[in-house]
Ligand binder design. Structure first.
Ligand code: 6GU
Length: 232
C-alpha cells in the first residue's frame, strides 16, 4: 500500500482537510496509509527545544539537525524505499509529472519545516528531495504537504474513477481545462454556449479544444510554449 509519513511540529494539522475529500474516503477505505509523527518529541531539554538562532545572524530560528535526524531515525526503517521530501520554498517546483512519479512509488516521507528552515547538514546527510508548491511563502511546510498528498492520492488505483484517470493521461495534457457549464441553460441573462446544447459531439470537442488552447495561450504562455507543437 502507498504509505505517507509526515514529520511535523503540528501533527494536529493532519489529515486536516484531506479527511473531507476524495483522499479522506480513500484513506478510510484503506487505499493508502497516513502516519504522523511529532518532531517535538525529539526536542532537547525540559522545553523540548527543536530550533536555535542561525549562525551568521539573521531573522528567525532554524530547526536543529540532531532533532530532525532523531525524528527520521525513529520513524523511517533502514532501507525504506520511500523518497524523503523536505517541503521548502527553496525546493524544485512541484508539477504533475513529479506528482505522477511520487504516486507510482511506494509512498513518501514528508518533512515539514517551520521557522526559517532546517539546518542544511541534515538535508544533505539524509539526501532529502527539496520540493516547493509555488512561488509564494507559506508559514510552514504543512499546507504544502497536504497539497502534495492530495495531488498524489487522487492518482492511486481505485481512488478516482477510471474515466477521470484516463482523461488525465489524454489529449488535454499540457493545456488548461476548457470552461464548464450546467443547468440552467439561461441564468441572469447569460446563455450556455449554443454548441454545448447542439448534440454535435465533434463540434463540442472542437470548441472545447479551442477554448483550452486560447486559455493556455493567454493565461499560461509558459505552458503554451512548452507544448510539443510550439517549440520556441
Ligand atoms: Cl513547500 N513551504 C513553505 N513554507 N512555503 C512554500 C512552500 C513550501 N511552497 C511554496 N511556498
Amino acid at each position: 500500500m502507498w504509505q505517507a509519513l509526515v514529520l511535523t511540529l503540528f501533527p494536529e494539522m493532519f489529515p486536516g482537510p484531506l479527511a473531507f475529500s476524495l483522499a479522506g474516503r480513500a484513506l478510510r477505505e484503506g487505499r493508502w496509509a497516513l502516519a504522523v509523527h511529532d518532531i517535538r518529541s525529539h526536542g532537547k531539554g525540559r522545553h523540548r527545544t527543536v530550533d536555535d538562532t542561525p549562525f551568521g545572524g539573521g531573522a528567525g530560528m532554524v530547526m536543529r539537525p540532531d532533532v530532525v535526524d532523531s525524528a527520521i531515525a525513529a520513524t523511517v526503517p533502514a532501507g525504506d524505499a520511500r523518497p524523503l521530501v523536505y517541503l521548502t520554498p527553496r525546493g524544485r517546483l512541484l508539477d504533475q509529472a513529479m506528482v505522477r512519479e511520487l504516486a507510482r512509488g511506494p509512498g513518501v516521507v514528508l518533512l515539514c519545516g517551520r521557522y526559517e528552515g532546517v539546518d542544511q547538514r541534515v538535508i544533505e546527510a539524509r539526501a532529502m528531495r527539496e520540493i516547493s508548491i509555488g512561488d509564494y511563502v507559506l508559514s510552514g511546510g504543512e499546507l504544502a504537504a497536504l497539497v502534495l498528498l492530495d495531488a498524489c492520492v487522487r492518482l492511486l488505483p481505485g481512488v478516482m474513477g477510471a474515466a477521470e484517470s484516463a482523461e488525465e493521461e489524454s489529449h488535454a495534457a499540457g493545456l488548461l481545462e476548457y470552461p464548464q457549464y450546467t443547468r440552467p441553460a439561461e441564468w441572469q441573462g447569460r446563455s450556455v454556449p449554443a454548441v454545448l446544447l447542439s448534440g454535435h459531439h465533434a463540434e463540442v470537442a472542437r470548441w472545447r479544444r479551442e477554448q483550452a488552447e486560447a486559455a493556455t495561450r493567454e493565461r499560461r504562455p509558459d505552458l503554451w510554449n512548452r507544448l510539443p507543437t510550439h517549440t520556441g
